[in-house]
Design a protein around this ligand. Structure first.
Ligand SMILES: Cc1cc2nc3c(=O)[nH]c(=O)nc-3n(C[C@H](O)[C@H](O)[C@H](O)COP(=O)(O)O)c2cc1C
Length: 336
């Protein structure tokens, strides 16, 4: 099984679903001595298989794949309808049609687990919860490392008891979605360094995540007991990433001065640069996932060039994100 404690550079390239994650980015991070993780969420099982092949076309280095673990909770139709109503005038301005009904989707989790078992990638990472112990056991039998994303100590205990062979301790500083197991949990907002300290006693290696803008942030995570740092935002401006132009530009635009967490885009908490959409809709957004994500999709598509509308996922270290190749970013973050 892959030994995550033996990476030549202690940098994990975060999975970044929804565009930024590409086979080129994953391959570049792994080839540079870090460990790239491809985002498997929102892809069909066939697309996932193609992307895995595309990473392998570029490098022989080991890499991982990340999946969103589904959690079906009772659908709050009234909250969904009220939020849809709140978004209608903005959607009309961009000519976007918002769906009236959205069916629950599990993002084809079981089929994608099947693809990963077939393909035998080096590691599988999970966020938004953990799968059944039998899923961990099957990967472990096949010598596939399993990394569970956790945002608190109780989640870490649950993940290790279920069979995870490593943890990704995701602090509140992290860009993109928080990996909190339950959609509507109140956010305890634990910072990454505290969280690493709280979960290192469980006998599995811990990767820290959240807020990496430079090598000092990585060094602090290693000092706190992590074996590597998982960085996402730091790679958003690399040519290998699939980040949309408006998102790239916003990362250096002085109009954006802070990040915040919001449910406004997807119904789940996620951190991004504060724009008009976050300011206007955070209060109204209900914890209804993935239906709110699907609801806002047509608006985000129609307004793809407008940074005041689209999700500008970014962690608190966003000012450190540089426009340079992914291998350069890996080298620049290496504190050793
Ligand atoms: C654009 C973006 C998309 C993300 N998508 C995913 C994802 O698909 N799966 C996942 O486990 N984490 C995802 N994350 C969170 C990262 O795994 C990681 O926790 C985070 O990037 C670390 O914080 P940083 O961005 O400050 O480095 C995403 C982060 C960003 C910035």
């Amino acid at each position: 099984m892959l030994d995550l404690t033996a990476l030549s550079v202690p940098i994990v390239g975060a999975p970044m679903a929804g565009g930024p994650s590409t086979p080129a980015l994953t391959a570049a991070v792994s080839a540079a001595g870090g460990f790239g993780i491809l985002a498997g969420a929102y892809l069909s099982p066939d697309q996932l298989r193609e992307q895995i092949a595309a990473v392998r076309d570029r490098t022989d280095a080991p890499f991982g794949v990340n999946l969103f673990v589904p959690e079906e909770i009772p659908f709050d139709a009234a909250a969904f309808d009220a939020y849809r109503e709140a978004l209608l005038s903005l959607a009309a301005r961009y000519g976007a049609e918002l769906p009236e009904h959205v069916d629950y989707s599990d993002d084809r989790f079981d089929a994608k687990v099947g693809v990963l078992l077939d393909e035998g990638v080096a590691a599988v990472s999970f966020t938004f919860g953990v799968p059944e112990p039998a899923v961990f056991a099957t990967f472990t039998e096949r010598a596939v490392a399993t990394i569970a994303t956790v945002t608190g100590p109780l989640e870490a205990e649950i993940a290790v008891a279920a069979g995870a062979t490593a943890l990704c301790a995701q602090g509140v500083e992290a860009g993109g979605h928080r990996g909190t197991f339950h959609i509507s949990n109140d956010d305890r907002e634990i910072g990454v360094l505290d969280l690493i300290g709280q979960v290192t006693g469980l006998d599995v290696p811990v990767i820290g995540a959240g807020g990496v803008g430079g090598r000092d942030d990585v060094a602090a995570m290693l000092d706190a007991g992590a074996i590597a740092a998982q960085a996402g935002t730091a790679f958003l401006r690399t040519p290998e990433a699939g980040t949309r132009q408006a998102h790239r530009d916003a990362l250096t635009d002085p109009r954006f001065t802070e990040t915040a967490t919001t449910r406004a885009y997807s119904g789940r908490l996620a951190r991004g640069l504060v724009n008009d959409f976050i300011r206007d809709f955070t209060e109204a957004a209900p914890p209804v996932y993935p239906q709110i994500n699907t609801l806002t999709g047509p608006l985000r598509k129609a307004a793809a060039h407008d940074p005041q509308v689209i999700n500008l996922w970014a962690g608190t270290g966003w000012r450190g994100a540089r426009e340079t190749g992914a291998a350069d970013v890996v080298a620049a973050l290496d504190p050793r």
